[in-house]
Structure formats: C-alpha cells, structure tokens
Design a protein around this ligand. Structure first.
Ligand code: GDP
Ligand code: IMO
Ligand code: MG
Length: 444
C-alpha cells in the first residue's frame, strides 16, 4: 500500500523546488506581458493562462516577426514549453481553432496546447448578448463599458448562473449542447433573433471535435508537472486594474486578473507561487471607458500614442494615454505581492518633456496616497504630479542599466521605491533583444 504521507512529502519537496512564476499586468492591460512571458518561458516547462479570454491580445516580436496571441499562452513559441489554458479561462473555441491554425501555418508546433475540460466556452450567443448590451448602454447616455465584444461578460455570467453554461468538455456532446443553448435562448431576450439552436450546436460540436485531442484535466496535469520538479509560468490576461474584484469596477473585465485568480483559475494554491513579476508600462494606457486620473488630452498624449503605437492588439482601438500613476502602481504591487518589476516601453518616454508622475490624489479637497478602486470615487480624483528630469537620448540603444542615461535610472528607482520591489527587467523596444536583464538568476 502506498504511504500517503510519504508521497505527499515527496510531492511537496519536488513541488517546492519547482519554480512557480506569475507574470501579471499592474495597470489597465497592454503593459507588455506577452514579451515578458516569451522571455521567461525559455526557462519554464509550461505557460498557463488562468483568466480572461480572447479579450486579451499579447504581442511577441521575435527577430522582427510579430505574433499576436489571444487565447494561446505566449510560451507556445518555445519548443520545449507546454501551453496550457486553465479552467478559469473563457474560451471562444472558434477563435482558439483559428489561432492554432495561424500558428501552425507559421511553423509553430501546436500539439503542445492543452485546454482544460472545465474551461467555460464563449458561444456565439454570448457575443450577441455582449454587443446587444453595449449598443444599448452606449445609446443610453454613453454608459457602455467599452468591452471588446468578445462575449467575455456573458460567458462568465453564465458560469455563475450555471444552468445554461457550457464547458470545453461538453463540446463533444451534441445533445448536451442543444439542451444548454435552448435554455440560453429561453432566458435571454437579446437572443430573440439570434441564429437557431441547431445551427449553433452543430458549429460548436464540429469545432469541439477539432479541439478534442487538446482537451484534458489541466489541474492534474499541472500538479503532475510540479510534482516532477518542473517549473510553471502563469500568464495573466488583462490586468490588475481590470480585475472584477479589485479593479475600477464596474469598468473592468469579468475575471480575476490579478494573481489572486491563479488558484481558482488553475487549481494551484497561491502559496506555491515563488516569484511574481509585475509588468509595468512606463506610462499609463487604458482602452474602453472608465476613470483614468492621469489621462492626457493634449499633444503629449498624442506623442506617447504615436511613439508607443498605442492601438489595441485585439480591437485596433486607439488607447487612452497618460502619465505613470504611482498611486495605482503601489496598490497593484500590494494586491499581487510582486517580488520584482518588469518596466516596459521605457524608450517611448525618451523625448517626452516635461516628464511627470502622479504621486497622490486629491479627492474632494483631501490629499491621499490610497488608490480608490470604485469608479465613481476615482472619477473625482485629481492627480498630484511630481515633475522629473526628462529621460534623455540613448534609452532605446541601452542594453545594460549602466548604459541608460542617469535620469532614466532615476525614473526606474522612483518606480521601484514606490512599488517596494526590485527591478528584474527593463524593456526598451518590442523585440526580445531589446531588453535589459538585471537579476543574477539564470531565468531572467
Ligand atoms: P500585453 O497585452 O500586456 O501583452 O501587451 P500588448 O502586446 O497588447 O501591447 C504591448 C505593445 O508594446 C506591443 O505592441 C509590444 O510589441 C510593444 N512593446 C513591448 N515592449 C516594448 C518596449 O519596450 N518598447 C516599445 N516601443 N514597444 C514595446
Ligand atoms: P491584455 O491581456 C486592455 C478592457 C476592455 C474594456 C474592459 C471590459 O491584452 O492586456 P471585456 O471585453 O473584457 O468585457 O472588456 O476591459 N480589456 C482590456 N484592455 N488589454 C486587455 O488585455 C484587456 N482585456 C479587457 O477594453 O474596457
Ligand atoms: Mg494586450
């Protein structure tokens, strides 16, 4: 008979020696998580998505070639790395299938992609509902959230509602699909003119059969890897300030995007995380509606948008741009327990003058350094700025910290001081090679 305690001890010993790294966005998304995951995936055995869905758009640039990943974990570009979509992800199976085809056509081995049988499925009905609600909210005094219209909110609503929700494991069972879709139609007026159930069920069943070989129980898969001492990298979709619990509600997405989503979205306890990399863009951007205290409506905002090519990877929408918000950053660092920072797109600020960072808010005449995640309250926050020395030329060309202009190093110091975390990496351009690696550890 197996000694359960001995097995458990052995498991803990190897699991403890395995690296469990999280890469998480500290702002409103598009911080450059894809680039960081791609860099770190080289030293991990698997990359795991735990939240969100095809609302995410993660770019990786390798030798001038650009990849935009939406559902497939960014580690797929490394031949030795498993790419796992955990149970917490909202999966549009048609988008996933399309993305896999696109990657295969570019020579990427996609057989390493594994999809949790318990991941929830975004159906064509969810997209209809998302669009229906957004269009009506927009016409109703401009109250739309500005979603990506990828069906994310309706899918997670169904998950919580339970009765009509579909999980990846259901895709191969046509009768079950018909039953669930009929329920969805019965309860939602937005679906009155939507495609008939039989047609939608057939399409889902067909794509389910294509994906079947990828579908399995990912919780056991990940724990099996950890038990063998393998290292796993968790890739956050969206970002902390879009987190449904801790973000600028209601202008958020519908999943737990911070590292707090990892346990629920994969079945791996948070205590197993050994390293949390907080990805920070050197300034702020936001897509969609909702408060953004440091937003710039002037030429500096335009300059940042142009230099940073700030247009959405998923929807192509222009991103709102503004100064770095250190109040928000301190809050995100706290929520995620970051152990190091990756500061991205520093090159974009090279010619920006004057250069400002927000160090506090004034709300109803009171100064505070606390972030206020309630959207209505944050709308009233007036940023208090500190003006810093312009970064100077040569940021994009630097490959070591020492080669950066002095003012750029001071800017990074200020960020680390506020976030109370050391610098792990600085990015000065989109390509893998345009990176300053700062820690001694082999995997950075
Ligand atoms: P993600 O969603 O967090 O993965 O970020 P996105 O891929 O949506 O947006 C980040 C954009 O910035 C992409 O176009 C990247 O190629 C680009 N990028 C990443 N790092 C840098 C950098 O250091 N400098 C510049 N100029 N662009 C970068
Ligand atoms: P990555 O992973 C930027 C935003 C949308 C919208 C809000 C709700 O690329 O950083 P949803 O479709 O999720 O219901 O939209 O959240 N949003 C993102 N913004 N980057 C993302 O992902 C985002 N994912 C969602 O613009 O304001
Ligand atoms: Mg993005």
């Amino acid at each position: 008979m197996t000694d359960g305690r001995a097995v458990s001890r052995a498991y803990r010993a190897s699991a403890d020696s395995a690296a469990c790294t999280a890469v998480v966005g500290m702002q409103w998304g598009d911080e450059g998580k894809g680039k960081v995951v791609d860099l770190l995936a080289a030293e991990h055995d698997a990359t795991v998505r735990y939240n969100g869905g095809a609302n995410a758009g993660h770019s990786v640039v390798v030798g001038g070639e650009r990849f935009a990943l939406h559902l497939v974990p960014s580690g797929i570009l490394h031949p030795g790395c498993r790419a796992i979509i955990g149970n917490g992800v909202a999966v549009d199976p048609f988008k996933l299938s399309e993305e896999l085809d696109g990657l295969s056509a570019r020579g990427v081995d996609t057989s390493r992609l594994v999809l949790s049988s318990r991941a929830h499925v975004v159906t064509p009905y969810h997209k209809v509902i998302d669009e229906y609600r957004e269009d009506r909210l927009a016409g109703d005094g401009g109250r739309a959230i500005g979603t990506t219209k990828r069906g994310i909110g309706p899918c997670y609503s169904d998950k919580a509602q339970r009765s009509s929700a579909i999980r990846a494991g259901d895709l191969v069972n046509r009768d079950r699909l018909v039953g669930k879709l009929e329920l969805a139609r019965r309860f939602d007026t937005a679906l009155a003119d939507a495609e008939p159930v039989e047609a939608v069920a057939s399409k889902l069943h067909e794509v389910g059969q294509r994906l079947e070989a990828h579908i399995e129980d990912t919780t056991y898969l990940i724990h099996g890897m950890l038990g063998e001492g393998k290292s796993v990298l968790f890739e956050g979709g969206n970002a902390t300030l879009l987190d449904v619990d801790h973000g600028t509600y209601p202008y958020v997405t519908s999943s737990v995007c911070s590292v707090l989503g990892i346990p629920a979205g994969t079945g791996v306890p948070g205590a197993m995380l050994t390293r949390v990399v907080g990805v920070v863009k050197a300034y702020s951007t936001r897509v969609g509606a909702g408060p953004m205290p440091t937003e710039l409506h002037d030429q500096t905002g335009e300059l940042i948008r142009k230099r940073g090519r700030e247009f959405g990877t998923t929807t192509g929408r222009p991103r709102r741009c503004g100064w770095l918000d250190l109040v928000a950053l301190r809050y995100s660092a706290m929520i995620n327990g970051v152990t190091e920072l990756a500061v991205m797109l520093l090159d974009v600020l090279e010619t920006v003058e004057p250069l400002k960072v927000c160090v506090a808010y004034e709300i109803d005449g009171e100064r505070t350094d606390r972030f206020v995640p309630d959207a209505a309250e944050l709308e009233r926050a007036v940023p208090v700025y500190e003006t810093l020395e312009p970064l100077g030329d040569g940021v994009a060309e630097a490959r070591t910290l020492e080669a950066l202009p002095k003012a750029a190093r001071a800017y990074l110091d200020r960020i680390c001081e506020v976030a109370q975390a050391p610098l792990g990496l600085v990015s000065v351009g989109p390509d893998r090679s345009q990176t300053l690696r700062l820690t001694e550890r082999a995997h950075v």
